[in-house]
Write a protein of this length. Structure first.
Length: 335
């Protein structure tokens, strides 16, 4: 058995063979080559940072049992999976830990045993033991959304911002990270639609251009484009910078004024709960778009054109059509 590993994650240089070579090369090549290498290194470091808590947990487990963490053999990974299942941890949590371990193997330039057949059998056994049901953000109905928007005070910036946030978030099937990442310069208003450009998203870390479009609604109160215009009008002469910002509070009873500080994703989540109900979350905006579109007979291809999901399986995962009484083909048998 190898010596106990350092509980801290290795730095980008020195201990990461492939990345260390890239880092050295970035200082020796032409500026345009170096720039792309630097972006690649930053992306790798950001990925490892996102997984850092899971990797620390895994490395602590290996240290306690004197296992070699990198590269991990099947026996080490199997022991760790069983350990997580015995705690117990949810299946989604276990799979996230394995994804972190696999990604770090890639960044280290090492072979990974995460997808070994024996480990796949173990994961199926764990799934049977701990169950596959995940807690999911519920979907709201369009009627509920309209009721909540009608209750907003549109004479105050808080209400104007909330209407724009909810309607754009829902009609654009946005993740909250995408919503808070929107900049005014990312948005183009045409005669037909509001086109929102996403430089990056959860599934598009390479920065390829992705676009979403939202459209005019017949009722001005529930129109995402009119809601956008009303909010942007409160931002004054700004043409760049974050679309959704926090509000500076005035004296007691006075309306807040838009700051230049980008709204946090945590605040988006709280705003959804505040206006739609405690059981909902920011993720409900996206889930509700998919569920509503499916109920209205839209094809997966049309839905993916807005959500930017890659597979039909993800559409099924995000739709909230598991109510066997409300959503059941047995209604249409004609008896």
């Amino acid at each position: 058995m190898a010596a106990k590993p350092n509980k801290h994650l290795p730095a980008v240089t020195g201990e990461l063979p492939a990345l260390a070579l890239a880092n050295d090369l970035a200082n020796q090549v032409a500026p345009n080559v170096g720039r792309y290498l630097t972006l690649g290194l930053e992306g790798a470091d950001n990925t490892r940072l996102a997984y850092s808590a899971d990797l620390r947990s895994y490395e602590a487990f290996c240290a306690a049992h004197e296992f070699t963490p990198w590269p991990a053999d099947v026996a080490t990974l199997a022991s760790y999976v069983a350990h997580l299942a015995d705690l117990p941890r949810k299946l989604a949590t276990i799979n996230r830990h394995l994804a972190a371990i696999e990604k770090n193997h890639q960044l280290l330039g090492l072979p990974s045993a995460v997808n070994a057949p024996a480990l796949d059998v173990l994961r199926k056994g764990v799934a049977r033991a701990v169950g596959k049901k995940q807690k999911q953000a519920p979907a709201f109905s369009v009627a509920h959304l309209k009721k909540c928007i009608a209750a907003l005070d549109l004479n105050r910036p808080e209400g104007v911002r909330a209407r724009a946030l909810l309607l754009i978030g829902f009609t654009g099937a946005f993740r909250r990270s995408e919503l808070v990442g929107l900049n005014l310069e990312h948005i183009e208003l045409t005669d037909a639609a509001l086109v929102l450009n996403l430089p990056k998203s959860k599934t598009n870390q390479a920065g390829e251009l992705e676009q979403k479009a939202v459209f005019y609604a017949s009722n001005p109160l529930f129109c995402p484009i009119r809601a956008y215009k009303a909010w942007v009008e409160l931002l004054g002469e700004r043409s760049t910078g974050p679309l959704f910002v926090s509000l500076l509070r005035g004296k007691t009873g006075e309306a807040g004024t838009p700051s230049r500080r980008r709204l946090s994703d945590r605040r988006v989540n709280l705003l959804v709960k505040e206006h739609l109900g405690e059981k909902y979350s920011a993720h409900s905006l996206r889930a509700s778009f998919i569920t509503t579109a499916k109920l209205n007979g839209q094809s997966n291809e049309f839905i993916k054109n807005q959500t930017k999901q890659k597979s039909d399986a993800m559409i099924s995962r995000y739709s909230r059509l598991d109510d066997i009484i409300a959503y059941n083909a047995a209604h249409s048998l004609g008896l």
